[in-house]
Design a protein around this ligand. Structure first.
Ligand code: CUA
Length: 342
């Protein structure tokens, strides 16, 4: 029997806080990057204005929550010790309701919500000035990969190169269902909706590699719809863009692989500049220069590439690329071709 009117209410509060903490830690674990990726989703190193706003609000709420967590736990511990039942003690006086307490524990949360809401409005109100030299890139969400279209007919997939220090303006679109473009250190989340163009503007303050993911459930392989943003120093970015415009030069040394590529109709879905022009699947013209395969599911190595082309369904079940029952030798030949497409 508890002999303090506060205690039972507090126990309920702590139980709820504990459940919330467990749920939150589960979410954080789910956000930890997979083996194919080295960067982190933990949102503490914002590199753009919007990400800084989000992280500020995140820490504000965390700080308020921490103050209450420790005060409630402290009060609970104190009461458990101070008011514990002793042998022979009669039942304590029972009290039902306390207007004063109830007013306090209504007024305090309401005040806190108003304060957090105020800060949120302040961050929402910050205007992002549109830079005249902003780089416009179209981002198209597909089940389950990302397509990027740059000016000058450059098409890339999954790894988004941008110039550090220069504003980028993303036109977010979808080829099939609703996805959500999310790179925590660079910006908040924005949906890609079929038939809609959502504009997302940010500037990566520092060169570096930033991990991101689709953050809206979009089908079986939603979990492997990762993306990486690579913010290059401006000159390196221009060099990358120029290299993307060049057709791959190593094709002639892969005649067998090109025959397999044609024989299995790979070009119906994929583009390799100078070879095929399929649009349904990732452009392969420079796939050898990417760090991962299948939107993050495997690190890009010749062995993994062979495994991927031989049986994509075993690596990423549900992926729209069928298995073509290639022999080991055939898979290695195609992998060698793809790895050479730098
Ligand atoms: Cu695309 Cu989830």
């Amino acid at each position: 029997m508890l002999d303090c009117p506060l205690a039972s209410g507090l126990i309920r509060e702590v139980t709820l806080a504990r459940k919330a903490a467990i749920a939150a830690s589960g979410t954080l674990l789910a956000l930890l990057p997979g083996a194919a990726s080295a960067a982190s989703f933990w949102p503490v190193s914002p590199q753009s204005e919007q990400a800084s706003s989000i992280v500020f609000l995140f820490w504000l709420v965390m700080a308020i929550a921490a103050v209450f967590l420790f005060s409630v736990l402290g009060a609970l511990l104190f009461m458990i010790v101070r008011f514990r039942g002793r042998p022979g003690q009669p039942d304590p006086r029972q009290r039902y309701g306390s207007l004063r307490l109830e007013m306090w524990w209504t007024a305090i949360p309401v005040t806190l919500l108003v304060v957090v809401f105020g800060f949120m409005l302040r961050e929402l109100n910050k205007e992002i000035a549109i830079a005249p030299d902003a780089l416009e890139i179209t981002v198209i969400g597909h089940q389950w990969w990302w397509e990027y279209r740059y000016p000058g007919d450059v098409v890339a997939a999954n790894e988004l190169h941008i110039p550090a220090g220069r504003q980028v303006r993303l036109n977010l679109q979808s080829a099939d269902v609703v996805h959500n473009f999310w790179v925590p250190d660079l910006a908040g989340k924005e949906q890609t909706i079929p038939g809609t163009n959502n504009v997302w503007t940010f500037t990566a303050g520092k060169a570096g590699t930033y991990d991101g993911a689709c953050s809206e459930y979009c089908g079986t392989q939603h979990g492997w719809m990762r993306l990486t943003v690579i913010a290059d120093p401006p000159q390196a970015f221009e060099a990358w863009l120029a290299a993307q415009k060049q057709a791959p030069v190593t094709l002639s040394s892969h005649q067998d692989a090109l025959r397999l590529y044609a024989g299995n109709a790979c070009g119906g879905c994929h583009t390799i500049q100078g070879v095929s022009g399929g649009k349904a699947a990732p452009d392969l013209s420079h796939i050898g220069s990417r760090t991962t395969i299948g939107a993050g599911v495997l690190p890009n190595t010749p062995e993994n590439m062979a495994r991927w082309v031989q049986d994509p369904q075993a690596v990423k079940p549900g992926v729209l690329m069928p298995s073509f029952h290639l022999t080991d030798q055939q898979a290695r030949e195609i992998a060698a071709l793809l790895e050479d497409l730098k």
